[in-house]
Design a protein around this ligand. Structure first.
Ligand code: XIL
Length: 316
């Protein structure tokens, strides 16, 4: 096959994948591409495994949305990435507004991660156990987890995830760690500390929510700093947005940018795969999040391939 996953696998990668979401799965022209193993060998639920979706009230778990995507991956013969266990965002208010002692929040994290990861035991290639722990200046994000437990919430979650599914690779995932700087250094130091303490950590996810014309030049170097520690790395949420309306020049620059980003992963042996944060502009999170920006994906609103698609294949 000549699709993205076929090409990536032929070049030695574990997968080329995409995020998807439950509401999109009734769109038959969309799923015809999503389900094509030649294009996508891995899928990631964009929302339905998050805390607000899976444990909306304490101790009550709802897996219907996540199960739909896990079952789709199984049907299609695709790998699954779990996203995510512990994140400051999309938390139910019982967590974000909770007044917890350290012991109680430890129990909450262990129960959430253990139950979530355990539910999908044997089905998940890798879990984003911790999502977005750092501020852009490399300091720890002030959230209920850090404010109650300090940095200890990270090993608590990782150990609970390992116990629940010993075969899933455990990741920490973040954005703005692609370029050299305080945030990448903070992530590197965290991983080194976890390794020194014997805490299970297998990978670091680089989200790669980029802007056309602003792909960081030090990305490959950063990936290599992490693989030098014996970790695997992955591009977990790739999209490259632009100011609207798109022009032929901005679409051509986007093609180059996709090629540059994918090439960085190809050049690093420990970079196992690439995930688009959905493959089509029809379902991208970008326009509703970044005002005036969009067209961030390799397929357009009408599910037609854009120049960006050729940028990817040129690197694979
Ligand atoms: C986004 C989803 O794509 C949206 O549908 C949702 O409204 C907000 O979250 N970093 C992450 C992802 O780790 O979970 C986010 O996904 C995008 C940014």
């Amino acid at each position: 096959g000549s699709g993205l996953n076929s090409l990536a696998k032929a070049a030695g990668k574990v997968y080329f994948g995409t995020a998807t979401d439950n509401g999109e799965l009734s769109d038959q022209p969309y799923t015809a591409i999503l389900d094509n193993i030649n294009e996508f060998g891995q899928i990631t639920p964009a929302n339905s495994m998050k805390w607000d979706a899976t444990e909306p009230t304490r101790g009550t778990f709802t897996f219907s949305g996540g199960d739909q995507i896990a079952n789709l991956a199984k049907t299609n013969g695709q790998l699954l990435r779990g996203h995510n266990c512990v994140w400051y965002n999309q938390l139910p208010s019982w967590v974000s507004n909770g007044q917890f002692t350290a012991a109680d929040l430890t129990d909450v994290i262990q129960t959430h991660c253990g139950t979530l990861v355990g539910h999908y035991k044997g089905q998940v290639y890798s879990w984003d156990v911790i999502n977005e722990p750092f501020n852009d200046d490399g300091t720890w994000r002030s959230d209920v987890f850090y404010n109650t437990l300090g940095t200890q919430y990270v090993p608590i979650a990782l150990k609970a995830a390992r116990a629940a599914d010993p075969n899933a690779k455990l990741y920490i995932n973040d954005y703005n760690i692609e370029q050299q700087g305080a945030k990448a250094t903070a992530m590197l130091n965290l991983v080194k500390q976890l390794q020194a303490d014997g805490v299970p950590i297998d990978g670091v996810g680089f989200q790669c929510h980029f802007i056309v014309g602003e792909v960081p030049g030090t990305f490959q170097q950063t990936l290599e700093q992490f693989t030098a520690l014996g970790l695997e790395v992955a591009i977990t949420e790739l999209d490259i947005r632009m100011t609207l309306p798109a022009t032929s020049a901005s679409l051509a620059q986007q093609q180059k940018d996709y090629q540059t980003v994918v090439q960085a992963c190809m050049n690093v042996k420990g970079c196992v795969g690439i995930t688009l944060w959905d493959f089509t502009d029809k379902y991208s999170w970008v326009p509703s999040t970044f005002s005036g920006q969009g067209e961030a994906c390799p397929w357009d609103q009408n599910l037609q391939k854009k120049p960006a698609y050729s940028g990817i294949t040129a690197a694979l």
